[in-house]
Design a protein around this ligand. Structure first.
Ligand code: ZN
Length: 317
């Protein structure tokens, strides 16, 4: 048999053989991104992430939030239903910097298994971490939504990522991010003005866990908390005693509970100060790591931020 005869079968095998080695002849050719070309649904972890994502993608895309109002993201672990919801979405967006510690394995698996877009809003900040608060080694404080300038960088970074993945809609994503950022810039200016009404010696924010370092840095408030940047450790008696002394010595008029954390330690500080004949009151409950429920006045991220500023100004002024 002449190997060079142009028999249709031989020719077909030869073409497939050659195209196999150049990456063809399969439907799933290696190196091709599996990210869906249409963006119809996104699942986000926290309400703050969901607010930013919905603003950038617009009403055309269905955005779901995994964690309900009041849920603590540091302690959240996914149910089988959550995992199935995540795996059915076209894209998954999370806060990052280990805020969602109990989800990290799930997020890693999703990224590896499907090749869908799995994106952390902290990505542009980690690439240029000057604005992030370092908490030892290569670990950063994850509560960066409380710095409205960093949150604007997150919105721009997310819009740029979407523009790369879905170039047909790039202009829409970028225009939406600009509009969102404009709102946040106005909110920051307005909040700085409101905080400046508090006498300088009273600009101290004491709360249950360390979620407000970025907030304090951008608004000029000193910040202290009973628990560290995560809520996964018990509040120490020593820390409570230190804060009681601080409250009494500085005559701090009010301290704050948080919606997603127990107020036990905050009540212990109030009781400790009382034993030293100083009345510090509960200044209200701050939205630390979760949005408020519908009708609370804190059901979107800008409203949540505004509500916190209002609570703090009223209690310390
Ligand atoms: Zn937190």
């Amino acid at each position: 048999m002449n190997l060079l005869s142009p028999h249709p079968l031989h020719l077909g095998v030869l073409i497939c053989f050659l195209t196999f080695f150049s990456g063809g002849c399969t439907n799933d050719s290696p190196g091709t991104s599996n990210v869906p070309r249409a963006l119809r649904s996104i699942v986000c972890t926290t309400g703050m992430v969901g607010d930013l994502v919905q603003a950038v993608v617009g009403p055309e895309v269905d955005v779901q939030v995994l964690m309900s109002p009041g849920v603590d993201p540091h302690l959240f672990t996914p149910s089988p239903r959550d995992i199935s919801q995540l795996s059915m979405a076209d894209a998954v967006v999370y806060n990052g910097l280990h805020l969602e510690a109990g989800l990290s394995q799930t997020l890693e698996n999703l990224e590896e298994d499907s090749g869908r877009l799995v994106y952390s809003l902290a990505t542009p900040l980690e690439n240029s971490p000057d604005g992030l608060i370092r908490v030892g080694g290569e670990q950063f404080d994850p509560h960066f939504w409380n710095d409205l300038e960093l949150w604007q960088q997150a919105a721009t970074g997310f819009a740029n990522k979407l523009a790369e993945e879905f170039p047909d809609d790039a202009a829409r994503f970028q225009a939406n991010a600009e509009a969102y950022n404009q709102k946040l810039a106005e909110l920051l200016a307005q909040s700085q003005e409101q905080i400046s009404a508090i006498p300088p010696e009273r600009r101290i924010l004491i709360s249950a866990h360390d979620a407000f370092e970025y907030f304090g840095r951008s608004l000029g408030l000193e910040v202290a908390a009973v628990q560290g940047i995560s809520t996964n450790t018990e509040a120490s008696v020593k820390k409570v005693e230190q804060l009681v002394s601080r409250v009494v010595e500085n005559k701090i008029p009010a301290i704050f509970a948080e919606t997603s954390v127990s107020d036990k330690a905050i009540q212990a500080i109030i009781a400790g100060a009382k034993q030293q004949s100083f009345d510090v009151r509960l200044g209200g409950t701050l939205y630390s790591d979760a949005l408020g429920p519908a009708g609370s006045g804190a059901e979107t991220f800008p409203k949540m931020y505004e509500a916190n500023v209002k609570t703090i100004v009223e209690a310390l002024k």
